[in-house]
Each structure stands twice: as C-alpha cells, then as structure tokens.
Design a protein around this ligand. Structure first.
Ligand SMILES: [Zn+2]
Length: 216
C-alpha cells in the first residue's frame, strides 16, 4: 500500500458493537459508530413498572437518526409527583430511575435538609444526538439514546431555587443537600457526574442508565 493512500489500513474491534476504522493519512480518522442503545430486552417489564410509578408520561414511537442515535420503548415525561420545567423524552430505564430517584432520594433529602419537598426539577435536556464530550474516537453519549438527563436545579415548595451551578461549591445547606443528592443518586443511576467531574458539568448533574458505572 503506497504512502499517502486513503485506503483503510486497520479495523479494530474495541468492544461489542464498536468498530474503530483507521485510515492512512493523519488526521483522517473515520469512526464507525458505536455501542448499541442500552435498552434492556425486557422493556415490556420496564414499561409495566413505569405504569405504577406515578409519573405523567406518554409512550413515544421508536425512531433512529443518522449516526446511530435513537430510541425504542421510550416515553415523554411531563412530570408526576414532582413538576418539571419542561417535558423530556427518556428511555424506559431512565424514566423508572428518575421516578425512584425522586421518591427515594430527592424528596427524603429535601425534607431532611430543608423541611420541605422539591416542587420542581429543572433540567437542561435528555435526548441529544452527539458524542461524549471527553471520549476519544467519537463514542456516542448516552444522551444519544435518551438514556441520560442533565439536571440544573431543584425548586423547593417555598419557591426557592437551588441551582447546582451556584450552590455546588458553597459551604451552606444547599451545598450539603446537593452533595447528598449526588452521592445517593449513585445508588439509583448507573452514572452520576457532578460539577467536580469536569468543566462541561459545571452547571448541572448528569445522570444516565448506560452500561458504564461511574460516580464523580
Ligand atoms: Zn449529560
């Protein structure tokens, strides 16, 4: 093979469903995407569980986008026991995890720290067809499967807003509350990333139900 050829010179299997294709002539690196959506085979059972969660949701049809993004067996969440600043679409595992998080983590901690409940969860998005920001070779984010949610603030019953970007690095009750929320959320979600993780998470917590396991 002559120097300078754009022919494919290597195909490496990195993990199930992920193929890295290298081409001669840096910086031309083509990446064939990506891990499969982390939707369990028993999504029917998941949807049954979701029906008893108390969440206000609507099932949505399966869809795919170019590049490997998409969703099947998902829902649009409009709220439930806690209000949302805006609807979001979610994989069923993410939706059931959110319900568990709200009931078992968020509200007990709000009662403990503030003597009141969280009335509204503010988020900045779930579905987004994009790679992970820190990943080499363009591995898709769990956001690409609506399997991740970025939460930016919690609004208490008295109307006070605890914003993660403002309170996380403080030393008062808001910071203690948020730290406890992140730590205990790790028992519900597969991945919890806080503002401590990197600059891209300075203003929110990232929760996802993907195959990785990380709390940072
Ligand atoms: Zn995120």
């Amino acid at each position: 093979m002559r120097k300078g050829s754009m022919a494919v010179v290597a195909g490496l299997c990195l993990a199930a469903g992920t193929v890295l294709v290298l081409q001669r002539g840096w910086p031309s690196i083509a990446v064939a995407l990506v891990p499969p959506p982390a939707i369990p085979a028993d999504s029917g059972q998941c949807l049954a569980d979701l029906s008893s969660s108390g969440l206000d949701y609507t099932p949505i049809g399966a869809f795919e986008e170019e590049g490997g993004c998409g969703l099947s067996g998902g829902v649009r969440l409009a709220g439930g026991p806690v209000a949302l600043n805006q609807d979001f679409i979610a994989s069923c595992p993410l939706a059931t995890a959110f319900a568990e998080f709200e009931a078992q983590v968020l509200q007990p901690l709000a009662e403990h720290h503030f003597g009141q409940r969280v009335a509204r969860v503010d988020h900045v998005g779930s579905y987004n067809c994009r790679p992970m920001r820190r990943a080499a070779f363009g591995t898709l984010s769990q956001h690409a499967f609506a399997n991740a949610l970025d939460i930016s603030a919690f609004v208490l019953e008295d109307g006070r807003r605890v914003a993660i970007g403002e309170a996380w690095n403080g030393d008062g009750p808001d910071a203690a509350f948020l730290s406890d929320v992140a730590r205990r959320a790790c028992g519900v979600f597969r991945v919890v990333l806080t503002p401590d993780y990197d600059r891209w998470h300075a203003g929110h917590m990232h929760f996802d139900m993907g195959p990785s396991r990380r709390c940072a």
